[in-house]
Design a protein around this ligand. Structure first.
Ligand code: ZN
Length: 261
């Protein structure tokens, strides 16, 4: 059975900006999903901000192995309840990939617990993406470096927690550098951030970029069953301790109590 990917796009610039609409007539999410569906090991569908519950219902997330998130203009319009639902799914084992300006999306910031800020410039600069982790599954089939002729510059310092692995770094024509492919683990979920993808350039039509995203979906996928309640914090009564113990001293809580939150 193929890995089930869900490509979420806020779908705002594609409808309101002529340049973006020409590059992505069906939306960036549709372009990315088409690239994933060209791989027989993957099966991709899409969801957008404008759908009820942003297309991210409990049922939809339950049948999603890896979620891909692109947002920029409408981060603030994403409902907090949906953000919490997405984070719970990640903590329960769903993989998630954040693309480009999703560094400021609500779920990414919630999962990172950090400002996630960076420096930036919109000047159509050449981006040279260097592989820093040879043999990493996200870099499978890629050259040691590849270029995007026109991209927005993102520069360090990138305000994220130290990643588990750095898979790519980018150099820009203006001289800045950026850690452009980073992995983390949050709860039982694998998280990947990939930098390229400014909406006024045809980045998601690039074969190397598409390869990275396909590889990342396979990397982020967890075959284990989703953890039903990743926030559960059960009390273990004295009698249920793995080794026999005698209770000592005073206590605040009763056996089996839910505990404070
Ligand atoms: Zn951008």
């Amino acid at each position: 059975m193929p890995i089930r990917a869900l490509v979420w796009g806020e779908n705002v610039h594609e409808r309101g900006n002529r340049v973006v609409a020409q590059i992505y007539p069906d939306g960036m999410h549709a372009c990315i999903a088409a690239a994933l569906n060209a791989d027989p090991g993957l099966s991709a569908t899409t969801a957008t901000l404008q759908e009820p519950e942003h297309g991210l219902t409990e049922a939809r997330l339950a049948e999603t192995d890896v979620l891909i998130w692109w947002g920029h203009a409408a981060h603030g319009a994403v409902q907090d309840a949906v953000v919490e639902r997405v984070c719970n799914a990640v903590w329960g084992g769903m993989g998630v990939i954040f693309l480009h300006s999703a560094h400021f999306s609500k779920p990414f910031k919630r999962l990172m617990g950090a400002p996630c800020n960076l420096t930036w410039r919109e000047a159509g600069e050449r981006e040279r993406i260097w592989l820093t982790s040879r043999g990493h599954p996200i870099a499978a089939g890629l050259p040691d470096h590849f270029e995007l002729e026109n991209e927005e510059m993102y520069g360090e310092p990138f305000g994220v927690p130290e990643p588990m692995e750095t898979v790519f770094v980018s150099w820009f024509q203006g001289g800045e550098v950026f850690r452009s492919g980073l992995t983390w683990r949050r709860g039982a979920g694998n998280v990947f951030y990939f930098r390229p993808g400014h909406e006024t350039y045809p980045t998601y039509h690039d074969a190397n970029v598409q390869r990275v995203i396909c590889n990342a979906v396979k990397w982020a996928f967890s075959p284990a069953a989703r953890i039903a309640d990743p926030n559960a914090a059960p009390n273990v009564p004295v009698a249920a301790a793995p080794e026999p113990i005698v209770e000592r001293g005073p206590r605040l809580h009763h056996d089996g109590e839910e505990g404070l939150r």
